[in-house]
Design a protein around this ligand. Structure first.
Ligand code: SAM
Length: 215
């Protein structure tokens, strides 16, 4: 089932909720791993209210922020009203509103565990990257906290790092690395009986450049 109604409903509280789940250190790690350069164009997929987008704008990048939820995007526009270089677009994992090979970086934080098909979502993000462009995904390691499915509309209970690495390879990325962020995502069940603390991984890879033809 789509998580859109859930994210539409929590959009105005998302920033507060997010702070209780994970810290700014996740964003700092993702941006550091990408080695971003000012003036380049990045996409933030499943951008929500702009957690990653904020860091990218602060680093002097232009950002296309994509999300399925109008309410999340409205909240982001309200927060970053007047900010230069931000373009918010409504879009779905399977058909992102970004042309082929046009962006230098793609980021996706806590998005992959909500999509129907993670390998297809990765392929679709890679489609938008220029050759030599980088994909950086931060998400949850595999866990067994069932309440996150019921209460936070998680579709996948995190991921095995070897699966993420395989999906990056299948999507045509090279120089792949899947590492620890060094931070956990924490959440409490609504009845207060369960408390989740899940390690976060950062996966990165570079899109292959076209080979020069040999004579
Ligand atoms: C857990 S939130 C993370 C938001 C933001 N990246 C952050 O770190 O605060 C997941 C976001 O992904 C979006 N999302 C989930 N499934 C999606 C899909 N199939 N297509 C586009 N966006 C999706 C949701 O609407 C939500 O804003």
């Amino acid at each position: 089932m789509s998580s859109k109604p859930y994210f539409d409903a929590v959009a105005q509280q998302w920033d507060q909720m997010r702070q209780s789940f994970f810290s700014e250190a996740v964003r700092e790690k993702a941006i550091a791993v990408a080695g971003v350069q000012p003036g380049k164009l990045a996409a933030d997929i499943g951008a929500g209210t702009g957690f990653i987008t904020q860091g990218l704008l602060q680093n002097g990048l232009q950002v296309i922020a994509v999300d399925q939820s109008e309410a999340m995007l409205m909240e982001m526009k309200r927060k970053f009203a007047g900010a230069k270089g931000l373009d918010c677009r409504l879009g779905q994992a399977g058909s992102l509103p970004i042309p082929d090979a046009t962006v230098d970086y793609v980021f996706a934080n806590m998005y992959l565990h909500h999509v129907e098909s993670p390998p297809q979502a990765i392929q679709e993000m890679v489609r938008t990257l220029k050759p030599g462009g980088k994909l950086v995904i931060t998400d949850l390691d595999e866990h067994n906290y069932e309440f996150l499915k019921a209460e936070h509309h998680d579709r996948w209970m995190g991921f095995k790092r070897e699966d993420v690495k395989r999906w990056f390879e299948a999507a045509g990325l090279q120089q792949i690395d899947v590492d620890c962020v060094g931070q956990n995502c924490c959440a409490q069940s609504s009845c207060g009986t369960e408390s989740a603390s899940i390690s976060i991984f950062v996966a990165s890879g570079e899109k292959r450049r076209a080979r020069k033809r040999e004579r």
